[in-house]
Design a protein around this ligand. Structure first.
Ligand SMILES: Cc1ncc(COP(=O)(O)O)c(C=O)c1O
Length: 482
């Protein structure tokens, strides 16, 4: 359903479900939040969930299951080998994507591990529209390199381009000519391009990019972790696809690629993952990695209960009503914040609302992590946990210099079916307050910096006493109990 119409007021996004089970939330007073943030070393990943009011860190593994998914879990067939649950999951994925072979894995990065170990050799290049943190880390760990060939316009924060995740086809051709097709490990297209703001890639662009790769015998891989929102955008923004059902679009996409992998923490509303593989020989060549790293071939590290839930979750992901709500809530949040003057990544994409940190706090230099600082400030001023997606999420260059991210943003993820409209309005309100007090926000620096994926467990400190000053201003406006 595109949108439920209203009679006496402009329409707002609607929840197409009702709440049957709830989890109590607590809004700690600001002074306590300051203490919790200190204890978490100014890294939102190190906060305890009980101290958070609106957890908008990610959509990963925190999407709400439906009653059908929970009911499905009861019939899970628990077996080390040959579980009926596995065969049901394989059949459902084959029906959706049109590929026969399924390699189960415990989550998305486990698929990336398996794919990288199989395809990447030192010096080989992986062509992408844009990297994701874990996908890049697996490739570079093995001595491979990543070429991100997204169209230049995709990186312009404020835009009205419908498909900012599209890859630049000329750059793809040029890269293959420069590197030599035999040195390209694979082409990886990421649906719902995460690190540039959940921005979609069009079907047409996927088709053309894959055709170029095929011409040169280069394997083609789709990261379908964020496919659900991307399907919504293909149907609603790509003219030639508007009369197709979500199921038809998914199948057309499936027919393009040699391999499709996904994080079931995102695609399917559950927890798990796996790779669909077209070619039987490739499947057999990769299956050893599942048994070596993940588990036996009929569970791959997943619990059978989650697998049963995912089977139903995949089916729900084919339902236009179900998949419309996330992008509609995100668009509402983005549009309202734009009206408040907050620099946002536009147009609103999937996954979450993304704030352009470089423009909000231009006084913070990149090496003091503007988006990281804004993430800290967001928790202090509202108990909202977002995720830094910028320089802090990058790895240093081999000579130790900071790799400055092309996009510096904070993501406010909308886990699917989790938040209501009033909670969304609260977030809009607090972001507006923070924007009006942005001059109070200062930078961060590392006190402990892990070498790989440093944003997960790194420890930081503020460069001055700005968090105290910010909290003082907040209490002056909202009182001590908020
Ligand atoms: C596009 C994309 N690919 C891969 C992954 C990795 O998936 P997982 O977190 O399940 O390991 C993620 C996770 O956020 C993602 O967004």
């Amino acid at each position: 359903m595109p949108e439920v119409k209203f009679y006496h007021r402009p329409a707002v996004p609607m929840e197409m479900h009702k709440v049957k089970i709830v989890q109590r939330l607590e809004l700690l007073p600001a002074a306590e939040r300051l203490q919790k943030m200190k204890e978490a070393h100014y890294n939102a990943f190190l906060l305890h969930n009980k101290d958070i009011f609106m957890d908008m860190l990610t959509d990963s593994g925190v999407n709400a299951m439906s009653d059908d998914m929970q009911a499905g879990m009861l019939r899970a067939d628990d077996a080390y080998a040959g579980s009926e649950t596995f065969y049901r999951m394989n059949r459902k994925l084959t029906e959706i994507f049109g590929m026969e072979h399924f390699l189960p894995a415990h989550q998305g990065r486990a698929c990336e591990h398996i794919i990288a170990v199989h395809f990447v050799k030192p010096g080989k290049t992986v062509i992408m529209n844009y990297h994701f943190t874990t996908s890049k880390a697996h490739i570079t760990r093995l001595g491979g390199k990543v070429e991100e060939l997204i169209k230049d316009e995709g990186l312009i924060p404020a835009s009205d381009l419908p498909f900012k995740g599209d890859i630049d086809l000329d750059k793809v051709r040029e890269c293959i000519a420069r590197e030599g097709a035999e040195n390209i490990a694979f082409l990886r297209l990421e649906a719902g391009t995460n690190l540039i703001g959940g921005q979609p890639i069009s079907y047409q662009n996927m088709k053309e990019a894959v055709a170029i790769a095929k011409e040169h015998g280069i394997p083609t891989v789709l990261d379908a972790s964020l496919l659900q929102d991307n399907l919504y955008f293909i149907k609603t923004r790509e003219d030639s696809m508007k009369d197709k059902s979500i199921r038809e679009i998914t199948r057309m996409i499936g027919d393009l690629f040699d391999l499709i992998y996904f994080s079931g923490r995102k695609f399917g509303f559950g927890r798990g993952g796996g790779c669909m593989v077209r070619d039987e020989e490739l499947f057999h060549n990769m299956e050893d990695y599942v048994t070596m790293f993940e588990g036996f071939l009929t569970y791959g590290g997943m619990s059978v209960k989650e697998m049963e839930a995912l089977i139903i979750g995949f089916e729900e992901s084919m339902d236009f009503d179900v998949i419309s709500q996330g992008p509609q809530f995100i668009r509402h949040c983005v549009d309202e914040l734009v009206k408040c003057g907050v620099p946002m990544i536009t147009p609103g994409g999937g996954l979450g609302a993304h704030i352009n940190a470089r423009e909000v706090v231009p006084h913070i230099p990149d090496h003091e992590y503007p988006a990281g600082a804004l993430t800290v400030a967001m928790y202090l001023c509202g108990g909202i946990r977002g995720m830094e997606r910028g320089t802090l999420s990058e790895e240093r260059d081999p000579d130790g210099t900071e790799h400055i991210a092309s996009v510096e943003m904070i993501r406010l993820a909308f886990p699917r079916r989790v938040f209501t409209l009033s909670q969304t309005e609260y977030v809009i309100d607090r972001v507006k307050w923070l924007y009006d007090h942005r001059h109070l926000i200062g930078g961060l620096r590392f006190t402990h910096e892990p070498k790989t994926l440093r944003f997960f467990t790194g420890r930081l400190e503020p460069v001055s006493d700005w968090p105290e000053k910010l909290v003082e201003a907040y209490i002056a406006d909202f009182g001590e109990d908020q």
